[in-house]
Each structure stands twice: as structure tokens, then as C-alpha cells.
Write a protein that binds this ligand. Structure first.
Ligand code: G3I
Length: 346
């Protein structure tokens, strides 16, 4: 049997090293992965050069009550960035989920649009100015579109209309004029309607001078993802560069589930056929990413998790085993890892 090579093994190629000068390669982590003599930390330092906190910088953990802030984990993350020189992404300032209820309440009723926007501005200003120059990129708003296209009818939208989106970008830009500001969403590659809404929304914002610098494509993919549709929709979003030459796309939450969405009843057994499909799909994907990088529109690809064992996909929508990343639960490197690295190795 072949010897299993793990991500901490010095004989393995470094993923971010292989992609140096082409794409930054990242992972979503939690601060407990930053213990210096752990395997997780070794893997973090060896294979990735851009990082997002999976949960700890969202409004709910950071700002649980109007006058209570919990900055310590994000401070730890920022210190890690300063110590190592890696790029840090801030996730996320405005979201309908993991946002504490107090934002939307005033006594027993709903907050007014004015109160909600004032709270939003205070939150964004506090976060972005505290980490100014240390968190380079912010997912300013997350998942503001409906699955079927159009704007999501969240509490943000119900109370303030679409103004909250524009105001969020203006506020973040005022707090750190050098930060890259991203609008982040899922299924942009698989839903034509969602990609159309995103393209239209962002084009309008740019035309009106709103400081939006890029679109974050979460890319929670599946073994069944239609690659032709993915490429077509990504190209549609990349074409925004016609009106804003510096506009970027980032891949912000990449993974590839073996379950079809809505069809997770049976536990799936991983087998050779799946390994082959998984490897082929990741290879085709990174070939496409390299094309986009060459054109200057994509410079960052972040995986949503460090290895299969800590992926959110093991618990959603029910508990089951999933295998969505290039690094397995025991830090073993999958054939897909070597195939993706080989695309750029000499
Ligand atoms: O921290 C509590 C813990 O105290 C409690 O005992 C436990 C019981 O369920 O829950 C823990 O919180 C969980 C949290 O993750 C931290 O582990 C929440 O229940 C759980 O809902 C939460 O899930 C996160 C999810 O966002 C929330 O919607 C996932 O870890 C995180 O990967 C996921 O990330 C999102 C991105 O932010 C946006 N795009 C989609 C992506 C995947 O859903």
C-alpha cells in the first residue's frame, strides 16, 4: 500500500507555495487552531496564506448585546496575521443569520430604519476601524439575495429597504479606505437568477459610486455541480470589469459535498468512483481559477474549513460524514490535493 502523506509532512508540496504568484490559497479557521505546536497550526502555516474566521467575527459572537463586545478571538486572529504576514479576511459585518435580535428591536416593537442603520454603522465602524490595516478584506454584507433571485426579505430589508447594503459599504470604506470590500453570497455559480441579480445590483452600486470592490463567490459545491453553468455565471460576474477594471472576484467558502442538496437521507459510502469524480471536478475547477487569475479577475481562493473532520457539512442539514475538502480527517492529502497542486508545479 502507498504510504499516506499528511498535510504536515515535509515531503508534501505546499499548496499555497505551489500557487505563489498566481492565487492566494486560504482556509476558514477558528482561533483554537492557532495553538503553536499543534498539527493544525503546522498545516495552516504550510499550505495557506489567507484566512477567514469561520464564526468568531460574526455579529452574534462579537456583539451579543448592544453595549457588550467580545473582541478577544478576533484580536487573537489579527495578532496571528501580524506575526506571520498572511492575509486576513473579515467575515462578516452584516448578515441575516448569526446577528443578535437586539439589532432589530426597539422596546416591544421593531426598530425604525433610522435606529437599525445607526446600530449597523456603529457596529461596522467599530470592527473595521479596530482592525484597520490588519484585516485586509471584509465580507461587508453576506447573503443579501434570495435563492430565486431578487433581494432577500430579511429583517434588514424589511426595516430599511435596500439602503442598508449601500450604507454598509460606505461606512466600511470610511472606517478603512484601504480595505477591500466584498459582497458575498452562495449559489451564484448555480443559479442564473441569483447571478443576474448580483450582476445588476453591483453594476448599479458601482455606477452610483458605492465602494464595492469585489464579489465573494462562496462556492459550496457538490459532486453534481454543473461546471458549464458555473463557468457561464462566473464569467457573467467577471464582466463587471467592463465598467470597473480593478473589480475582483474571490472564492470565499469553497467545498464540495458528496450529498445532493435536499437529498441527504442516506449516509453515503465514499468509494473509488467518488474519489475519481471529486478529483476530476476539483482539477477542472482549479484550471478555471487559473484562467481567471491569468486574466487578473481572481486572486484568492479560500476553502471553508481546514480538513474534512471540521467541515460544517458534517452537521448540515443533519449529522452525517462528509468529505468536501482536499485534506482528510486525519490530515491525509487526497489525490485531488496532488492533482490541484500539480496544475502549477513545474
Ligand atoms: O457555539 C455554539 C455552542 O455553544 C452550542 O453548544 C452549539 C449547539 O448547537 O452550537 C454552537 O454554535 C454553532 C456554531 O456554528 C459554532 O460551532 C451553531 O449552532 C451553528 O449553527 C454554527 O454554524 C455555522 C453556520 O455558518 C451558521 O449559520 C457554521 O459553523 C459555519 O461554517 C457557517 O458558515 C457559513 C458562512 O458563515 C456563510 N456562508 C455559509 C456558511 C456555511 O453555512
Amino acid at each position: 500500500m502507498d504510504r499516506i502523506i499528511t498535510a504536515a509532512d515535509s515531503s508534501a508540496p505546499s499548496l499555497c507555495g505551489a500557487y505563489e504568484g498566481k492565487l492566494k490559497i486560504g482556509a476558514a479557521i477558528n482561533t483554537w487552531h492557532l495553538e503553536k505546536d499543534s498539527t493544525a497550526y503546522e498545516v495552516i502555516r504550510r499550505h495557506f496564506n489567507v484566512f477567514t474566521l469561520e464564526n468568531q467575527s460574526k455579529p452574534e459572537p462579537v456583539h451579543p448585546e448592544e453595549d457588550r463586545w467580545v473582541f478577544a478571538p478576533v484580536d487573537r486572529f489579527a495578532a496571528f496575521g501580524e506575526e506571520t504576514g498572511v492575509t486576513l479576511r473579515g467575515h462578516t459585518l452584516v448578515w441575516h443569520s448569526q446577528c443578535p435580535g437586539w439589532f432589530f428591536r426597539d422596546g416591544d416593537g421593531d426598530a425604525s430604519a433610522e435606529l437599525l442603520l445607526a446600530r449597523m454603522k456603529e457596529h461596522i465602524t467599530a470592527m473595521v476601524s479596530r482592525y484597520r490595516g490588519r484585516i485586509h478584506t471584509w465580507d461587508v454584507v453576506n447573503e443579501v439575495l434570495r435563492d430565486e433571485g431578487g433581494l432577500r426579505e430579511s429583517a434588514w430589508y424589511r426595516i430599511s429597504g435596500k439602503e442598508y447594503i449601500r450604507e454598509a459599504f460606505r461606512t466600511a470604506h470610511a472606517a478603512d479606505p484601504d480595505a477591500r470590500l466584498i459582497i458575498n453570497d452562495y449559489n451564484l455559480e448555480s443559479s442564473d437568477a441569483k447571478a443576474d441579480t448580483m450582476a445588476e445590483l453591483v453594476r448599479e452600486m458601482i455606477a452610483d459610486g458605492i465602494p464595492v470592490h469585489g464579489i465573494g463567490l462562496q462556492m459550496h459545491l457538490g459532486l453534481d455541480t454543473d461546471m458549464e453553468r458555473l463557468k457561464k455565471n462566473v464569467r457573467k460576474l467577471a464582466s463587471i470589469r467592463e465598467i470597473a477594471p480593478d473589480f475582483k472576484l474571490e472564492v470565499t467558502e469553497l467545498d464540495m459535498s458528496c450529498y445532493r442538496w435536499g437529498d441527504e437521507a442516506e449516509d453515503i459510502q465514499w468509494d473509488e468512483e467518488k474519489t475519481a469524480r471529486f478529483t476530476d471536478k476539483y482539477t477542472e475547477l482549479f484550471r478555471f481559477y487559473l484562467e481567471l487569475a491569468e486574466e487578473g479577475v481572481l486572486d484568492t481562493v479560500v476553502f471553508w474549513g481546514l480538513h474534512d473532520g471540521v467541515s460544517w457539512l458534517n452537521g448540515f442539514p443533519r449529522k452525517h460524514k462528509n468529505y468536501p475538502l482536499l485534506i482528510g480527517r486525519d490530515f491525509e492529502l487526497k489525490p485531488a490535493f496532488f492533482a490541484v497542486a500539480a496544475l502549477v508545479e513545474q
